[in-house]
Ligand binder design. Sequence first.
Ligand SMILES: Nc1ncnc2c1ncn2[C@@H]1O[C@H](COP(=O)(O)OP(=O)(O)O)[C@@H](O)[C@H]1O
Ligand SMILES: [Mg+2]
Length: 171
Amino acid sequence: MTIAPPTDRVPLTFYLKDEADTCALGAALAGILEKGLGIHLKGGLGAGKTTLTRALLRAAGYQGKVKSPTYTLVEPYTIPLGDEQVELLHFDLYRMGCAEEFLDAGFRESFNGSTIHIIEWAENADALLEPPDIIISLSFHKEGRQAVLSPASPKGVECLSRLAFTRGQKP
Ligand SMILES: Nc1ncnc2c1ncn2[C@@H]1O[C@H](COP(=O)(O)OP(=O)(O)O)[C@@H](O)[C@H]1O
Ligand SMILES: [Mg+2]
């Protein structure tokens, strides 16, 4: 028996020449959100994880200030999705000390199938988190950034297949 290669899980790669391109990708990602979607953002400090999330939230209809959750570990938002108001949690686990901190804060309970999660530094809590639907890796490349979007679940494949982003040219 031959097993078909997972062609539907092929990553999408974009070159983001400046911050405006990063924001345009964030806005495009707002268009593929679904209840319960989990996105992990990878990349070093300053790679653009928070910039991308801020643009996503703005495009998703959140009008208030979007702060980096550097010290709070998480910032909660409510966004309109279809006829519903959906909770979106933006985590930054860079400063998370230990697993107990994550558990004591009740973060585990937020993985309830309807809340959207966008997580920076998920690698600091890998064992405690649900597997993501989409992994986005941002890296420094030439003057800008390279973004690699990898679907990591059937839901991620479905959502990424709806991504309308044409701006980032190949590096
Ligand atoms: N495509 C890009 N090219 C160049 N600079 C960018 C790009 N995208 C974002 N930036 C800049 O890089 C920095 C990213 O900061 P931030 O989003 O806080 O990073 P992170 O959350 O990954 O630590 C910001 O100063 C932003 O203006
Ligand atoms: Mg950040």
